[in-house]
Design a protein around this ligand. Structure first.
Ligand code: AHR
Length: 630
């Protein structure tokens, strides 16, 4: 729900009209600014920036303001927390008091700001978190890159470039480093460690500024001239390095690789084009994406995800022109008919049926021709279906993979045919991490689902004395939800004494599979299990049926918890049998079809788009069952 704050809003319009808001903000939030040109805007977006010292943070504000310039009914007000958590908490209160309908926050410290973000989210003020995800899902939307991946991309490039003979690398760190810099450096150094043929030396700047980088390179000339490549983790640092190399007569002898890849004079893209940088890993700042989603949230549109992980791209002289062209492109959807081939793993569960329905309905609504194929849980059949789509010449292929591994060959065939592939609901693991093989992933965070299941148990089924025994009903072997729901669950379990996994077997995400695992266990053992954790509802319901047939009452003798939160799971919770279900949302048709249209229009996709999900137990089941969509 969007708070409109009617009275407050008219008041703020008057204040804005009088041009006083900036002064008010400045009184409480010294670096706050407001766009004074728009009075009486329908919506106000309050932006709380961690600090306005770092170049990319300034760029984010610029991007947001530029996006807002083209929207008459949206007003942006900003506040600079100057790196202080307490100031940021105060800024957020001020921004809300001034009538903000939505808050965009780039947190000073994501751990320390988590409770404030949760507080405003619970008060129904939509909040978009940028750059650093806070733990859990207590915010409206998270947008940001994965900075470790960014650093790894730079590292992989350097390792490939130096090859088997290796070489010398200087990595430029700072004594006081931003979180982004720290994460990028961790990713970069991680890949360097995997390449023992490369000798890496870290040099430390006094600060993160261009001048500090310049001074350090000039002062370290002896070390620098022995290096093959210098790694700089931002455009700012890279510019200082490039200038120092030029002034020390080392330009062209020692190469530079950086991250950021901003566009504009002396930024990363510019430096690659001029040949001063060997490569940059370019990451979108996220302002445009945040603004677009903010509009959708304010207008209560459907299909807003929970997390958008931005895509970073390696840019060299080989693809700089194409990349710049893409940045400048004006994407237009001409409303043409689009053909999509969709390979589903099968019809194994209620979740899958709901997903198939959602995708089919959305395709019709988006005027997209959908050809859906079901693979009976066979990867070979999925390959066959995809080859068929390639022969048909579809515009886009969507795949929900049975298992996560072994996709490189078939995805390369699709790429060679010029057909982009979207991963739906389940992602793939790509060897060599050639991310160009899949455009984006739209679906759930399975790890988080597993974590939430164990958190619920920890909070609701406390271990007293003897350790509680858990039976795990796994999905099919090798599927991402199987692997990650298992891992996420164990992450929390390992920090929680008093619980142990006694037995674990595959039920393949089917009702029958869950029933059979319990049946076999009971054929061979006395019932000694306290908790059943099923990777989906269908298996949990199958297990419950078998337990009841054997005279073991669920929820009394054994707690059953599962994932999906289907209507059938709600019915079981209302009947007092299933105890809890962690939501995995299958209604992703609109998001998928929107992505298809964007792709065909030529837009670059984020790396991942994660859906919104909640946790439900018996205490809320009855009141919510009627509103369940699947
Ligand atoms: O990939 C999503 C999972 O696959 C669902 O949780 C499960 O029910 C399904 O079959």
């Amino acid at each position: 729900m969007v708070t409109m704050g009617g009275f407050r809003k008219s008041l703020i319009s008057i204040v804005l009209a009088a041009g006083l808001l900036a002064c008010l903000l400045n009184a409480c939030a010294p670096a706050g600014t407001a766009d004074e040109t728009k009075t009486g805007s329908k919506y106000i977006i309050g932006v709380s920036q961690a600090n306005m010292r770092e170049e990319w943070r300034i760029a984010l504000i610029d991007e947001l303001k530029e996006a807002a310039d083209s929207e008459e009914d949206i007003q942006i007000i900003t506040a600079d927390a100057t790196g202080s958590v307490s100031k940021q908490v105060q800024d957020i209160d001020n921004l809300i008091n001034y009538g903000s309908d939505l808050i965009i926050i780039s947190p000073v410290d994501e751990k320390k700001m988590a409770s404030k973000i949760k507080e405003i989210y619970n008060k129904d003020v939509p909040v978009i978190v940028m750059d650093r995800a806070v733990e859990g899902f207590d915010y409206t939307l998270y947008i940001g890159p994965d900075n470790q991946v960014v650093g790894r991309q730079a590292g992989d490039y350097v390792a490939n470039r130096l090859g088997d003979n290796g070489g010398r690398v200087v990595a430029l760190s700072s004594k006081s480093m931003s979180i982004q810099g720290t994460e990028r450096m961790a990713g970069f150094l991680g890949t360097m460690e995997e390449n023992s043929q490369i000798n890496v030396e870290s040099l430390y700047m006094e600060s993160e500024s261009k001048d500090a980088a310049y001074d350090l390179i000039c002062a370290s000339k002896e070390k620098v001239e022995r290096a093959d490549i210098i790694f700089a983790y931002s455009d700012n640092v890279a510019l200082g390095v490039c200038d120092a190399l030029r002034d020390s007569g080392l330009e062209g002898t020692v190469q530079v690789v950086d991250c950021d890849g901003f566009k504009g004079e002396d930024e990363g893209m510019d430096l690659v084009k001029e040949g001063r940088l060997l490569a940059t890993v370019s990451c979108p700042i996220g302002g445009n994406e945040a603004f677009d989603y903010a509009k959708s949230i304010l207008k209560n549109e459907s299909g807003v995800p929970k997390q958008v992980i931005l895509r970073s791209t390696l840019i060299t002289v080989g693809n700089i022109n194409e990349a710049l062209g893409q940045m400048d492109a004006n994407y237009e959807d001409h409303g043409q008919t689009i053909d999509v081939g969709f390979s589903q793993p099968g019809k194994e569960s209620n979740w899958r049926l709901a997903n198939i329905k959602s995708v089919s309905e959305s395709a019709r609504a988006f005027n997209i021709n959908l050809h859906m194929e079901y693979a009976d849980q066979s990867q070979a059949k999925q390959f066959e279906a995809i080859r068929g789509f390639i022969d048909e010449g579809v515009d886009v292929i969507i795949v929900s993979p049975v298992v996560g591994d072994g996709w490189e060959g078939i995805l390369t065939q699709a790429k060679d045919a010029g057909i982009p592939v979207i991963m739906s609901d389940r992602d793939v693991t790509i060897e060599g991490e050639d991310e160009s093989l899949r455009t984006t992933y739209i679906g759930a965070d399975f790890m988080e689902e597993g974590r939430r299941a164990m958190q619920w148990l920890r909070d609701n089924v406390p271990a007293k004395g003897k350790a509680l025994k858990i039976m795990e009903l796994k999905g099919n072997a090798g599927a991402k939800p199987t692997l990650e729901r298992g891992q996420g669950f164990r992450n929390i379990l390992n920090q929680t004494p008093g619980y142990e996994i006694e037995y674990s077997d595959y039920g393949d995400f089917t009702f029958e599979g869950g029933r059979e695992v319990v049946s076999q266990y009971l054929d061979e053992n006395e019932w000694d299990i306290d908790i059943i954790y099923a990777h989906n509802d269908d298996m949990a319901l199958g297990a419950i049926e078998e337990l009841k047939a054997r005279g073991i009452m669920p929820d009394q003798k054994v707690t059953v918890i599962s994932v999906d939160a289907t209507k059938a799971a709600f019915e079981s919770m209302v009947a007092g049998e299933l105890s809890c279900s962690v939501e995995c949302n299958p209604i992703i048709g609109d998001q998928l079809m929107k992505a298809v249209r964007d792709l065909v229009a030529g837009k670059k996709m984020p790396y991942k788009i994660i859906t919104e999900e909640k946790v439900y137990d018996q205490s809320v089941a009855e009141s919510l069952i009627k509103s369940r969509e699947y």
